[in-house]
Design a protein around this ligand. Structure first.
Ligand code: SF4
Length: 605
């Protein structure tokens, strides 16, 4: 595409008959949808019929890049996977670190769209314009770490590797894939979609680089934020990465504890980075070209091979869901659980939530020792490790938990739905909304379900007053996030800080176009509306924009004691009304025709 850092080309791959073709998209499509989440949601809506089974051959895997991948912009060594989630049955985008996006871009494509199902396990290997479907039978059953090493030995130097583990092969609904050992397509079960297609992974390598329309503009932003970052001292994120958030979230009453009974963990100090320092290795597995390098690795014993040391790249969310949520006050245990999940290809949030749910069911006598196979009290590290393996293998009670917390509760019944902590099937991440005003609205309305990455209200207050006056800030933040996810700039770049204006400068520098704050706000509304239309088509409406019963229980402990997610149901409903109104949707949660036309989506619907 003349002058802009888009190729204008999508590689379309059909695994059933092992064919590939190139689709050319118009400049107008790129201008309206940019890349990453934006362009992915356009392609998914356009190409996937309503009601398709997420694990059928008809589902589409969209490996997305954006206009910045391959350029010297800050925090863009990442990529996006868009598909229909098997966990929720709804729209899914999940953002992953690692060089796969850069290599896809350098191979000459803006995205790879994969459909169909191979009759035997295969790996898709892209080496510039050469497309290979390689037998993956010898890799099937192997963990993500071993499979990655083998694929590196067998493919061209400089290739980027993304693979699933046994959990994806076994169609566990919270299965992930792993890019270059330390980065995951975390939420929503994209790994199971690969497994359903007998696709062990994707390897990409490219040698031709696109240039930015205005390289000086890109360089200027990079230089400015790098200088600020290098001068920062005494900043927790810089020193420790996301684990520094454990203490902060606990102080706000947001750290999930014992299946979200509480947002305060008395033993939180055992999970702080200061405590973990003695096992620290370094930040060497971070995303390419990142100046922040937040992916910190820690030493631990391989839980499946005692006496052998392995690395565990633990993040805040994992400390919350495999630590506090399980009542585990032992960082070494969390490292081991994290290592198991990464190698088996399991989302640490989904797995942690399912195990926390099972621990509460055991405590309440709804799941017996016989049904589980062993006792499972909160805080039991050995039980949690066994369950991770059983979930990945779909073995015993693991087969029930492999369906995710929502379906597990449905199957177990006996009132367990009241403590299954999810929205639309996606488990709640490590920020209890009873510690932040209006935050529950972000979970209730997130297009993928309860995600911590869909924009938060701009407040540090507890939810002890109405959330109405923070709804607008949540919508603004959601639009800002949609731009980041379409450029595929790391969410954590706000720590640099990389501002909204600078992201727009990067977009204009890459494409040579003239977006501004107003046009980007309309872009945010367009994409939020498009993903909503996808979900509407699958049956979603206002009735689904809800919070789980646990988050309506009054907090009994810690700084948020006495708080619910909202002061009352009426305040939640009025906040939801306001959110719909700001989006230009009807009060039934369905975008109006007028809004659809205004956003240029009329021809899609
Ligand atoms: S800040 Fe962390 S997650 Fe973000 S790009 Fe850098 S290493 Fe990757």
């Amino acid at each position: 595409m003349e002058g802009a850092s888009w190729h204008g080309k999508i590689l379309r791959v059909d695994l059933t008959d092992r064919t590939s073709a190139v689709e050319n998209l118009s400049q107008k499509i790129y201008q309206d949808y940019i890349g990453g989440k934006g362009l992915g949601s356009y392609l998914l809506y356009r190409d996937l019929k309503a009601g398709i089974d997420s694990l059928s051959k008809d589902n589409i895997l969209l490996f997305m890049t954006g206009p910045l991948q391959g350029l010297s912009a800050p925090n863009v060594g990442r990529w996006t996977l868009v598909t229909k989630s098997p966990l929720t049955g709804l729209y899914l985008d999940t953002h992953c670190g690692g060089p796969l996006g850069r290599e896809i871009k350098n191979a000459g494509y803006d995205a790879i769209a994969v459909v169909g199902k191979s009759d035997v396990p295969i790996t898709l290997i892209i080496n510039d314009s050469n497309i290979e479907f390689r037998n993956a039978q010898p890799l099937w059953g192997k963990g993500t770490h071993e499979a990655t090493h083998i694929l590196h030995e067998q493919t061209a130097k400089g290739s980027a590797v993304y693979v699933i583990g046994p959990a994806g092969e076994n169609l566990v609904l919270s299965a992930t894939g792993c890019c270059e050992l330390a980065h995951q397509t975390g939420r929503g079960g994209a790994g199971a979609v690969l497994g359903s297609k007998n696709l062990k992974g994707v390897v990409a390598r490219g040698t031709s680089k696109l240039k930015a329309a205005d390289p000086t503009a890109i360089r200027e932003v990079n230089r400015t934020v790098t200088k600020i970052w290098n001068e920062k001292t005494g900043y927790g994120f810089k020193e420790y990465g996301t684990p520094f958030l454990v203490e902060i979230s606990n102080e706000r009453g947001q750290f999930p504890t014992r299946n979200f009974r509480n947002g305060y963990f008395d033993e939180y100090e055992s999970l702080t980075p200061e405590k973990m320092r003695e096992w620290y290795i370094g930040a060497h597995l971070s995303c390419p070209h990142c100046i922040m390098r937040c992916t910190h690795a820690y030493r631990t014993e391989d839980p499946r091979c005692p006496g052998t040391e392995v690395e565990s790249t633990v993040e805040y969310e994992t400390l919350g869901l495999l630590g506090g949520t399980l009542g585990i006050n032992n960082a070494q245990c969390v490292f081991q659980l994290n290592h198991l999940c990464d190698d088996l290809g399991l989302d640490t949030i989904g797995a942690g939530s399912a195990i926390g749910f099972a621990m509460e069911a055991y405590e309440r006598g709804l799941l017996s020792e016989d049904e589980i196979g062993f006792p499972l009290p909160f805080g039991d590290c050995e039980g949690a490790k066994k369950l991770v393996e059983m979930i990945a293998a779909r073995e015993g009670i693991g087969a029930v938990l492999a369906k995710g917390t929502r379906l597990a509760a449905k199957e177990i019944g006996k009132g367990s739905e009241t403590f299954a902590v999810h929205v639309k099937g996606l488990e709640v991440p490590a920020w209890d909304p009873r510690g932040k005003r209006g935050m529950g609205l972000s979970y209730a309305t997130g297009d993928v379900g309860a995600s911590h990455l869909r924009g938060w209200p701009q407040t540090l207050d507890n939810p002890d007053t109405s959330a109405l006056d923070v709804v607008e800030s949540m919508v603004e933040q959601r639009y800002i996030k949609i731009l980041r996810d379409s450029l595929i700039v790391c969410h954590l770049s706000y720590h640099l800080p990389l501002s909204h204006d600078q992201n727009i400068s990067l977009l204009n520098g890459a494409t040579g176009l003239n977006y501004d704050v107003e046009s980007i706000s309309i872009f945010g509304q367009r994409i939020e509306t498009l993903t909503r239309l996808f979900n509407n088509r699958e049956g979603v409406s206002r009735k689904d924009d809800v919070l789980p019963p646990r988050l309506w229980e009054s907090e009994t402990h810690g700084p948020a004691k006495g708080m619910k997610s909202f002061i009352d149901q009426d305040d939640f409903e009025r906040s939801l009304d306001k959110y719909y109104e700001l989006l230009g949707w009807g009060m039934d949660g369905i975008p109006t025709r007028k809004t659809i036309e205004k956003l240029g989506l009329g021809s899609q619907i």
